[in-house]
Design a protein around this ligand. Structure first.
Ligand SMILES: Nc1nc2c(ncn2[C@@H]2O[C@H](COP(=O)(O)OP(=O)(O)OP(=O)(O)O)[C@@H](O)[C@H]2O)c(=O)[nH]1
Ligand SMILES: [Zn+2]
Ligand SMILES: [Zn+2]
Ligand SMILES: [Zn+2]
Length: 242
């Protein structure tokens, strides 16, 4: 995991609305010894909370600039009238992405991670307190642009989506295997630029299959609209880990 990231230093402060209990003293010590174990525990709380609300949470991950916010803007325009949607925006600084989503018409909260390079389950829990997503909604969590540690932090999401753009060059699934191995869906974005960049789709698919034989792949252009109906179809099915 990321050794320099300070985003996971909060004490394990959480209530147990459900029935489970544990000795909070030893519990906290254990969790301090293992940031990921603590995170996984809180992710479990988020998962139960989202399930009780019937909210389908999608953790959207990519390199910076792959097209996450553009895709979300398009999705809000296309589905916002028929499906309740909400968005959590993660960035190190600024409200820029949240302002873009707000302008497209969906409820949104921005989380700034400061020096941190990923979202964790505590941050999502706090965002849920503020956002209070509607029963039955689809909740998009735009993770911090980073192909490394976001893959290690379970947020309690039902499904993971990686956006990879054709401008990023070859070999990404092999160089960042954890990210690509843990995803349910890969959106290969910016295919409108294929004539202008050196990128082989068959080579990408070949590399991806090495680390993840099962992930679904959809080729899209978030700006031009190619493939987006298939993405909306995937969202409507709400496939996930259950
Ligand atoms: N040509 C082309 N450009 C795109 C496409 N999708 C996004 N872009 C452009 O790529 C740039 C980055 O898009 P964003 O949606 O801001 O990317 P992001 O992943 O949200 O970026 P961060 O939040 O900074 O990680 C913008 O200039 C978009 O207009 C696409 O399908 N084709
Ligand atoms: Zn607990
Ligand atoms: Zn963005
Ligand atoms: Zn990190």
């Amino acid at each position: 995991m990321c050794a320099t990231c300070g985003c996971s230093d909060d004490a394990a402060v959480h209530s147990h609305a459900d029935d489970h209990s544990h000795a909070e003293g030893s519990h906290t010590v254990l969790l301090e010894q293992d940031v990921l174990a603590k995170n996984d525990h809180l992710a479990g709380h988020n998962r139960s909370r989202l399930a009780e609300l019937g909210v389908f949470a999608v953790n959207l991950m990519s390199s910076p600039g792959a097209g996450k916010t553009t895709l979300l803007e398009q999705t809000v325009h296309a589905l916002g009238a028929s499906v309740p949607l909400a968005v959590v925006e993660g960035d190190q600084e600024t409200l820029l992405d949240a302002d873009r989503i707000k302008a497209s018409g969906a409820p949104v909260v921005q989380i700034n991670t400061g020096a941190g390079c990923h979202l964790d389950a505590t941050m999502l829990s706090r965002a849920l307190d503020t956002l209070a997503p509607a029963r039955g909604s689809v909740l998009f969590v735009e993770n911090v642009g980073n192909l490394v540690c976001p893959a290690l932090f379970d947020l309690g999401e039902a499904a993971r989506v990686v956006i990879m753009s054709v401008t990023e060059g070859p070999g990404k699934p092999l160089k960042y295997p954890h990210m690509f191995a843990s995803t349910d869906l890969v959106l290969l974005n910016k295919i409108d630029l294929l004539p202008y960049v050196s990128f082989s789709v068959p080579e990408f698919l070949h590399d991806l299959r090495h680390v993840n034989p099962d992930a679904r792949v959809v080729e899209i252009s978030a700006t031009r609209g190619d493939g987006l109906d298939e993405w909306y179809g995937w969202l409507r099915q709400r496939p996930g880990r259950g």
